[in-house]
Write a new protein. Structure first.
Length: 97
């Protein structure tokens, strides 16, 4: 079974309130087996557009990635994030080769 991934690109307007989002998303991420592969860090954007923060989160399956996003716990965290940031999230199935 292929893993699932969230690819997020975010511009944060209020870092202090964004920390509340990070705290609130911890429980749903743990519940659905999320593991951060990329969380901020240095990057180069040689093509297209970018945002100031990039995140890649791995889940045990594509379904787990979808279920986490749709969960009540994550939706509550998302409400905090949306108030203080602008972003893009893609949920994608991994390649099993």
């Amino acid at each position: 079974m292929a893993k699932g991934y969230w690819i997020g690109r975010v511009d944060v307007d209020d870092l202090e309130t964004y920390k509340d989002y990070v705290a609130a998303n911890a429980a749903p991420f743990a519940e659905y087996g999320a593991r951060f592969l990329v969380r901020g860090g240095q990057f180069t954007n040689p093509e297209g557009s970018s945002r100031s923060r990039n995140v890649v989160i791995e889940f045990p399956s594509y379904q787990a990635a979808l279920d986490c996003y749709e969960s009540a716990g994550y939706q509550a965290a998302k409400a905090i994030r949306e108030a203080v940031s602008t972003g893009d999230i893609v949920i994608i199935e991994g390649y099993d080769g």
